[in-house]
Design a protein around this ligand. Structure first.
Ligand code: COA
Length: 322
């Protein structure tokens, strides 16, 4: 059975944090942040606004903006997140409860900034297997609750937000083949640990905050994502010119620019959410996609390539027709 995306919704918290806010707490400035990352501002959830709350609001916005769409018959909810409300119960089950969706399987997917695309690939598989018919795929994060605001090289990057798509069976294939991959040897280069543990044979004393080696992640992303775009296109017998839009995870504008340059692909045909929302991890791709729709750029019948990458280090890519 083929599948399609029948609706999309997004929610971002009201509280806007401009770059200048950081000038009061760490040694940085707006010019450095914009030139090194492309970020101008980001959104931060309020104290009692947890990831499931952002996810629920994204679903409510999906319903508001897509008349005729209902939650009736939803039989599976996948929440991709690195910032779950807690480890157990999973975030998806809180979404199920808050939205009173009566009969849905619920899982969280932990694949960091690649999580949303991983979740789409799983949803496509469940529909292909004919075990499920109406699936909510959500990418939701409250990274601000896990950000070390004394670490100037990471705290300026992150923001909070959520995006959701509804995936259903389709007579024509609108979600094409995906690709996934991981290099776990880089685990220590980007991690968030709630309990003391060992990663790559090194002891981790947990403080519940995100740690990253920005330079290594940057280099890995630029070197690998260029080839992954090509691999994904080949897998689907498509060429770069067949794409209307390319959405790379919004980690850093310089990563996006470097990948576009290496592919010789116009930056004007890439959608990002980095400038207004920072790095929202699993939410960055649906937010960029929704911004593209609202700007009148993404039109019916367009082909989009989505490619997420992040902590693992891991990646997942998929091509869709909207
Ligand atoms: N303000 C001012 N200076 C800063 C700073 C800040 N917020 N953060 C770091 N610096 C300083 C560093 O201390 C360093 O100073 P030094 O030369 O005196 O040691 C200098 O800027 C250069 O640091 P560097 O780490 O080389 O900067 P960079 O150009 O690599 O940018 C990141 C740093 C984090 C923005 C960049 O590496 C990045 O975005 N990496 C990818 C991270 C990512 O995408 N993570 C998520 C993946 S899903």
């Amino acid at each position: 059975m083929n599948s399609k995306i029948s609706a999309i919704g997004v929610y971002t918290p009201e509280n806007v944090i401009p770059n200048t806010w950081f000038e009061n707490i760490i040694n940085t400035n707006d010019e450095w942040i914009q030139s090194r990352t492309g970020i101008k501002e980001r959104r931060v959830a309020s104290k009692y606004e947890y990831t499931s709350e952002l996810a629920v609001k994204a679903v409510q916005n999906l319903l508001k903006e897509n008349h005729g769409t209902s939650l009736e018959g939803i039989d599976f909810i996948i929440v991709a997140t690195t910032t779950a409300d807690q480890i157990m119960p999973n975030t998806a089950s809180q979404v199920q409860h808050k939205l009173n969706i009566t009969n849905a399987g619920c899982i969280d997917v932990m694949a960091a900034c690649a999580g949303f695309v991983y979740a789409m690939i799983l949803a496509k598989g469940l529909i292909a297997a004919k075990t499920h018919k109406k699936i909510l795929v959500i990418g939701a994060e409250t990274l601000s609750k896990f950000t070390d605001y004394t670490d100037r090289s990471s705290c300026i990057l992150f923001g909070d937000g959520a995006g959701v798509v509804l995936i259903e069976p389709s007579s024509d294939a609108k979600i094409f083949n995906g690709i996934t991959g991981t290099d776990g040897s880089h685990g220590k280069d980007l991690y968030l640990s709630h309990g003391n543990s060992i990663i790559n044979n090194e002891e981790i004393i947990a403080n519940g905050k995100i740690h990253q080696n920005g330079k290594v992640v940057f280099k890995w992303a630029v070197q690998n994502m260029v080839f992954k775009v090509k691999e994904l296109l080949e897998r689907n017998n498509l060429k770069l010119g067949d794409l209307d839009w390319l959405i790379l995870h919004s980690a850093n504008m310089r990563i996006i620019e470097a990948v576009a340059a290496a592919l010789d692909y116009p930056l004007s045909k890439m959608l990002t959410s980095i400038e207004q929302y920072g790095n929202t991890s699993a939410a960055s791709i649906p937010i960029a996609w929704d911004l593209g729709i609202k700007a009148g750029k993404v039109k019916k019948g367009n082909k989009l390539l989505l490619l997420g990458f992040g902590g693992g280090l891991t990646f997942a890519g998929i091509i869709i027709e909207v």
